[in-house]
Design a protein around this ligand. Sequence first.
Ligand SMILES: Nc1ncnc2c1ncn2[C@@H]1O[C@H](COP(=O)(O)OP(=O)(O)OP(=O)(O)O)[C@@H](O)[C@H]1O
Length: 351
Amino acid sequence: MAVERLTIEGVRNLQAGALSPGPVINWLHGENGAGKTSVLEAIHLVGRGRSFRAARPGSVIQHGAEQLRVVVKRQDGVVLGVERSPEGWRGRIGGRDSQRISEFAAALPLVLIEPDSHRLVDGGPDRRRQYLDWQLFHVEPDYLEAWQRYARLLKQRNAALKSGARDAMLDALEAPMLPAAERLDTLRRQQVSLLEITVRRLLETIGIRLPGEVQLAYRRGFPVDETLADALRAQRDSDRERGFTQRGPHRADLALKVDGHPAAVELSRGQQKLLALALLLAQLHHLDQHGSQAPLLLLDDPVSELDRRHLESVLGWLAEQRFQTWVTATEPPDIEARLFHVEQGAVRPQQ
Ligand SMILES: Nc1ncnc2c1ncn2[C@@H]1O[C@H](COP(=O)(O)OP(=O)(O)OP(=O)(O)O)[C@@H](O)[C@H]1O
């Protein structure tokens, strides 16, 4: 749901203050280091409970400040916010305390596209799994529970492996993992098929021409010709040695191919960025169509990332959508947008 008012205090170099964004495209422009990305970071802190560019949450707090505070008032009047002080993290949604990131993510669904997003294509499987998990979290009401159940059982098996548990004990621990894994696999597989259709459609709409047809396939984290029960049993000795479970949906991947060739090998860096963009916009589209409320898009520095033709068609597409977008750039745009000039941490609305 669109943000109606954003209040920021104690975030990096940003001066404390509040912004009233527009419902469609909001464009933050200013010099390098002015604080534009920090505004996106502040919104991300509320929607995901963490920064997208700081491993240590404390580094987002302004030097010399005691605490950080970001409050979002949504268009429907619901207020949610986070506070980070030396004592830790505090969150509030609709007038009550909450420590659950899943509640914030559900209350403020967002998709972030930033200069590092190409890692979705050329990076390790973790990012792609996370991408799929967020998608399912937002569009499939029972996914979080299925995921948490599997994660709990996996943790128990890993603890047992570390303590050198015998086969009888592992038999007992593995039995409930099988239906939990099956549920994750089924939901993920279905979602991947839907995403493939949307990605292909978006590539066409935005005019992204890749050297062949894009294919998305779910790799479930254990060999195709084995059941998970067999895969777990076969790995026990090696798992005991390493102290963790090497097969299962927690090792799944989303394979990205172009005419059957791995996208990370086949595509140029620029084409990988375009494919990552299409994947993330497809996610945005699914969240918008099937999530409980419209998502936000945080688009960091697209002018440096995209050539003119692709930039124009992406912005044209965004202008026709009903979700709110926040864009950062060094220059003002050629399109209609609510403008904010950012200068040495001061964010000022412009006519
Ligand atoms: N904890 C902190 N406290 C105060 N200032 C900080 C802190 N961390 C970073 N900064 C400063 O805040 C600014 C953050 O800039 P930010 O990355 O938001 O700028 P930007 O406008 O997006 O820049 P660019 O166009 O170069 O990407 C930088 O000038 C940086 O030196």
